[in-house]
Structures are given as structure tokens and as C-alpha cells.
Design a protein around this ligand. Structure first.
Ligand SMILES: Cc1cc2nc3c(=O)[nH]c(=O)nc-3n(C[C@H](O)[C@H](O)[C@H](O)COP(=O)(O)OP(=O)(O)OC[C@H]3O[C@@H](n4cnc5c(N)ncnc54)[C@H](O)[C@@H]3O)c2cc1C
Length: 590
């Protein structure tokens, strides 16, 4: 039976030793001392371990069932959602004006990682609701906010995001769902949306669908898309629920993973919808929350890697097979446990160094979102917008690799369903696809973000790396971290330069975009590992009691610097080959 053990200690290290959150000049952050975050993470961890994780295989095996137009979720899901609701976790970082707890986004990401590791499919119900909350909060009228937000914050009502249609996923300009204006100012919404996560279920009294649709006569393509609120049940003036709206679930998708989450076909048959924000500006409204939504999916990739690693590690300590080549390690047993074998160590170190480095990267990015939100800091907003495709693309690509590597540690047991390792692989897989495929993340990074504000934000990133190298260049102990970081950062700059010089032929630039995104990801994790090494030396110098923890950090960091970060040289070579060999074949010759 797979398990989840809260990663509180590592999160505390990242929040306090590395990021020093309580010292950051961001409103609300000075309250985030170790006692406070420790208490929050301990409570969140208990729910993850004791409530959510035991339901993860249940959700996988039972899946969701469509019965008489309503979706029955797996056994225990509703009770678990009630625990989240009653504990105020669904409104953790939401606006207190609407019943939220107003906690920093950074801390909500740490909590989210734990809960998502424990049960990704279940957490998507409140997750999508949070997306609907954020859209209405950012773009709704005061009346809409008062009407919908308190119940979304408390998860009395659920929420969904409806973009995709059979003929359009990446290219939303192809949307066909229609919104006909009515005399009373409402709209009649007609069309079909597919693959809508949490589209129908009975865990909430109402579901507030956010729907992208086109008002006839508007501009062609993405410029003619508007955003609407379409409640499952009409909401009366006094807030009570009225009749059912003309929206229904037409079917459930049979799919590879996240079986516990209902992936729905949603049919809109003249449903009453309410415009949010301005006409024809719906896509812009939907995408104001893009940084958080994409960071949330990067977090899912990391979360699956984290729980897969924990379980693989336990298996590797327990499974005995053969003897270590350097001599018997466990003479009392018939064979040594497989954790003594270098190839198994390689797999575990790959996972561990990715999970810990990725966690630091994700939480660092989250502090920038808090900074941009709470301080209205345009530079933080610019830098995090540059990094978001890397957070999403790299953490999910590498997160999937880590789940597969964890599965490999099990040998044949990893292929059977009994041990649960294969569920982590299957559940993780979707994170590379939704919220903009990873190919699109790479395109966004190279085609848009690098050049935003004349390259100001990428230069700011290079300055950050340069400053860190300069500040620590004299410290001999840091040399084994600084030297590889310097080399990798040079590769990244050379990759950026290649794009600047070759934008004339977009195929040259875009053929290397995915490799560049990975190059960027490695440099980010390299920077995080160098900073974590510094924080560990500082803690050891200050006489920290838990020396093993900090020394383990240094060992893991050295692994990343020597065995993962040098991949940047190969990635740069690929970027610099351009598009010729990628695009050389005619379609007919494939
Ligand atoms: C389980 C699940 C849950 C989902 N939940 C939701 C949800 O809640 N709400 C919602 O609205 N949608 C949801 N989706 C849809 C999801 O967001 C889309 O599948 C995704 O955006 C990709 O669209 P597509 O599948 O149509 O692929 P396509 O857009 O057809 O892309 C196919 C391939 O072509 C590539 N490609 C496309 N265009 C380009 C380009 N210009 N340049 C380079 N490569 C390109 C893509 O990267 C991809 O590899 C969900 C999907 C699944 C499977």
C-alpha cells in the first residue's frame, strides 16, 4: 500500500534557511516565522497523510461514475472534501473579505504540494474551484463577487474552467460555443466543452462554470472570446438556489490517470450565462491567472515525483536481492537490500536531487507571485512571468521522469498495480499536457517571454546568477557549486544569444525551444542548489543541531551539480543545430 509522509522539514528548510520568508519585505510575511509555518504544515501534513493518501488508490480503482446525469465520486472523497472545507483549507490564500484566510500564496503552494502528493485527483476539485474564484475575484463586478465568492471560498459551491472544445485545445481562436445576448443583459450559452475537470459531482450544492464563448458579430479568432459565469443551479437574489440551468454533463472520459477526478463533456443548451469583465476580452481575463495556474500544474508534477520517491526509497530499503559488490552490508539477512547498489542509488539520487531542487525553485517562484501581488512589484511580475513556462514545463517533464525512475526501483513490482508506483506515473502524465502543453510552454518562453520588455527580465535573471557567483566566488567551500553554475549559466546565455541571432527563421528558434526550456530549468535548479549549499554551510557554521540534515543537503547538491547540471552543454548543442534537421523531411516522407 503506497503511503505519503509529509515533507515538512524540507519545506521549512526552503522557507526559512533558503528563502528567509519572514524577513522578506512583503505584507503578511513577517508573521511567517518557523513556529507559524511549522504549525500550518504539520496540520496540512496530517490531512495529507491520514485523510487524502489512503483514498488515492481507492479513487484510482473506483473512478467516477455517471448516473442519471450526476457524477458519483469515489468512496470517501466527499468526507475528505468536508475535512478540507471544515478546516478552511479551501480558502487558505483567498481574500478575507469573502471568507478566505488571506494566507500568503507561497505557503498555500507548500500546503498544495503536500495535498497533491497525497491525492492529486481529489485535490483537483477544490483546485479548479480556486481557479473560478480567482477569475471572478480579478474580473467580476462587485455584485458578482458578493454573489459567488463566499460560497466558492468555502467550497459550498464548486467551480470549473471551460475552454476546450472538440476542435480546439491549444488554438482557442477556433471556439464555437455561442453566447447570444438577451434583453435582460444575460446571455444564452450554447455549445459543447470537453475534458472539463470536476465538471459535475455532488460534493458541492452548486457548480459555477466559467465558460469561454463567442458573442455573434464580434472579432474573429481569439479577439472575439468572452468569459461567462454559468451556474449549474440558478442563484436567486437572496442567494438561495433556484431551478437547474440548461447545462449538463454528457459523458465522462475514460482516461490514463487521475481516475478519481471527473473529466466531463459539458453540454450547454441555451444555458443562462453572465458576462465577466468586458465583452471580447475573455481570454485576457482567463489568462490573468495564468502564472498561478501554471505554477499549480508544475507543483502537481513535483508533488507526484515527491511521493513516488518516498515510496521507492522505502521499497529500496526493504527489498533484499544479491550482495553489494563492495562487501556484504547486511550479514544477518539472506541478501543485501537493493539500496546498497550503485545503480539503485543513481535512480534515487536523480529523484531526490530533482524533488528538493524543484521544491526550492517552485517556492522561490511563488514568493515572486506574492511580491507582485502584495507589493504591486512589476519587476517581480516580469521575472516570474519569464520563469513560469520553465516552472510548468521543466517540473512536469522532469517530474514524470522521476516517477518513472521511482517505478524502475521496484523492478516488476513497479509494473503491478498492487504497489501503487504505476499510479504516480499515470497521474503525473496529464500535467505535461493541460494548462498549455509543454511544447507550448517552450514556445511561450522562447517566442514571447525572452523578448518581453526588450529582454529586461531575462537580463535580471542573469544578474541574479552573476551576483550570487560574485558574492560567493571567494568562498572555497562553494567552489564546487559555483564553478558548474557559472558554466551552465554561460550555456544558457549562449542559447539565448542563438535565438536573438536566429529569430529571422522561426523554425531555427522553435526547433530548439524545448531544449532551451530544459537548459533554463537546469540553471534554475543549479542556482537553487548553490543557494541551498550556502544556506547549509551557514546553518552548520552556526552550530545547527541537525548536522546530518545539512550535510545530506550538501551531498545531494553535489550530485545535482556534477551529474545533472552538465546536461546544459548537450542541450545547448541541440539548440544551436537549429531547424534544418528537425524540419528537413517533407511531410510525405515521414
Ligand atoms: C484529463 C484532462 C483534463 C483536462 N481539464 C481541462 C479543463 O478543466 N478545462 C479545459 O478547458 N480543458 C481541459 N483539458 C484540455 C487540455 O487543456 C487540452 O488537452 C490541452 O490544452 C491541449 O489541447 P489539445 O488536446 O486539443 O491538443 P492540440 O492543441 O490539438 O495539440 C496537439 C499537439 O500539437 C502541439 N501543438 C499545438 N499547437 C501547436 C503550435 N502552435 N506549435 C507547436 N506545437 C503545437 C501540442 O503541443 C500537442 O503536442 C483537459 C484535458 C485532459 C486530458
Amino acid at each position: 500500500m503506497p503511503f505519503y509522509e509529509p515533507t515538512t522539514k524540507d519545506m521549512e528548510f526552503v522557507l526559512h534557511d533558503l528563502l528567509k520568508v519572514s524577513e522578506l519585505d512583503i505584507p503578511g510575511f513577517n508573521e511567517m516565522d518557523r513556529d507559524f509555518t511549522g504549525a500550518v504544515l504539520e496540520e496540512a501534513g496530517k490531512i495529507a497523510r491520514d485523510v487524502l493518501a489512503p483514498l488515492n488508490p481507492v479513487g484510482d480503482h473506483e473512478g467516477c461514475k455517471l448516473e442519471n446525469g450526476s457524477v458519483r465520486v469515489p468512496t470517501g472523497f466527499e468526507d475528505a472534501v468536508n475535512v478540507l472545507r471544515d478546516g478552511g483549507w479551501t480558502g487558505f490564500d483567498c481574500d478575507p473579505e469573502y471568507g478566505g484566510q488571506g494566507m500568503p500564496y507561497t505557503l498555500s503552494v507548500a500546503v498544495g504540494e503536500m495535498h497533491s502528493s497525497a491525492n492529486m485527483a481529489l485535490m483537483m476539485y477544490p483546485g479548479l474551484t480556486h481557479g473560478a474564484y480567482a477569475a471572478i475575484h480579478a474580473h467580476g463586478s462587485d455584485e458578482q463577487k458578493a454573489k459567488y465568492l463566499p460560497n466558492l471560498v468555502s467550497f459550498k459551491w464548486g467551480g470549473t474552467m471551460n475552454l476546450t472544445e472538440p476542435q480546439c485545445g491549444t488554438d482557442l481562436g477556433l471556439i464555437r460555443t455561442k453566447a447570444e445576448p438577451q434583453d435582460d443583459g444575460t446571455y444564452k450559452i450554447s455549445g459543447q466543452k470537453i475534458w472539463i475537470s470536476a465538471g459535475e459531482h455532488g460534493m458541492a450544492e452548486n457548480i459555477i462554470h466559467l465558460v469561454l464563448a463567442k458573442i455573434p458579430g464580434g472579432p474573429e479568432g481569439v479577439k472575439g472570446i468572452s468569459l461567462f459565469i454559468v451556474p449549474k443551479f440558478h442563484v436567486n437574489e437572496d442567494g438561495s438556489l433556484g431551478d437547474r440551468n440548461e447545462v449538463s454533463c454528457g459523458g465522462l472520459e475514460s482516461k490514463m490517470g487521475i481516475h478519481g477526478n471527473a473529466t466531463c463533456v459539458m453540454n450547454y443548451d441555451g444555458a443562462t450565462g453572465y458576462l465577466i469583465g468586458e465583452k471580447h476580452k475573455g481570454l485576457r481575463a482567463m489568462f490573468t491567472m495564468m502564472n498561478e495556474a501554471r505554477l499549480g500544474v508544475g507543483m502537481q508534477g513535483l508533488a507526484q515525483a515527491s511521493v513516488a520517491y518516498q515510496n521507492a526509497l522505502a521499497f529500496a530499503k526493504d527489498r533484499i536481492q544479491g550482495r553489494a559488490v563492495t562487501g556484504v552490508k547486511e550479514p544477518e539477512k539472506a541478501a543485501d537490500s537493493i539500496i546498497h547498489f550503485p545503480d539503485v542509488r543513481r535512480m534515487l539520487m536523480d529523484q531526490k536531487s530533482f524533488v528538493e531542487g524543484g521544491r526550492a525553485f517552485m517556492l522561490w517562484a511563488a514568493t515572486m507571485i506574492d511580491r507582485s501581488r502584495r507589493n504591486d512589484d512589476a519587476d517581480a511580475e516580469g521575472l516570474v512571468s519569464l520563469l513560469i513556462p520553465v516552472v510548468k514545463g521543466f517540473l512536469t517533464d522532469k517530474g514524470l521522469d522521476a516517477t518513472i525512475s521511482a517505478q524502475q526501483v521496484y523492478g516488476g513490482s513497479g509494473f503491478t498495480t498492487e504497489w501503487g508506483a504505476e499510479q504516480f506515473v499515470r497521474d503525473c502524465r496529464i500535467a505535461l499536457i493541460y494548462e498549455g502543453t509543454n511544447g507550448i510552454q517552450a514556445l511561450d518562453l522562447v517566442g514571447r517571454k525572452l523578448a518581453t520588455d526588450n529582454g529586461k527580465h531575462v537580463m535580471a535573471f542573469f544578474d541574479l546568477v552573476k551576483d550570487f557567483i560574485k558574492e560567493n566566488g571567494e568562498d572555497e567551500r562553494m567552489a564546487e557549486f559555483i564553478t558548474p553554475l557559472k558554466a551552465a549559466s554561460k550555456d544558457l546565455q549562449a542559447g539565448g544569444m542563438y535565438f536573438m541571432q536566429n529569430m529571422g527563421n522561426p523554425d531555427d528558434a522553435l526547433s530548439g525551444a524545448h531544449d532551451f526550456m530544459h537548459l533554463f530549468g537546469h540553471v534554475c535548479l543549479g542556482l537553487m542548489w548553490a543557494r541551498m549549499a550556502k544556506a547549509s554551510f551557514e546553518a552548520l557554521d552556526a552550530g545547527a543541531a541537525d548536522t546530518e540534515f545539512y550535510e545530506s543537503k550538501l551531498v545531494t547538491g553535489r550530485y545535482y551539480m556534477t551529474r545533472k547540471l552538465p546536461e546544459t552543454a548537450f542541450l545547448l548543442k541541440k539548440v544551436q543545430t537549429g531547424g534544418e534537421n528537425v524540419m528537413g523531411l517533407s511531410v510525405a516522407n515521414f
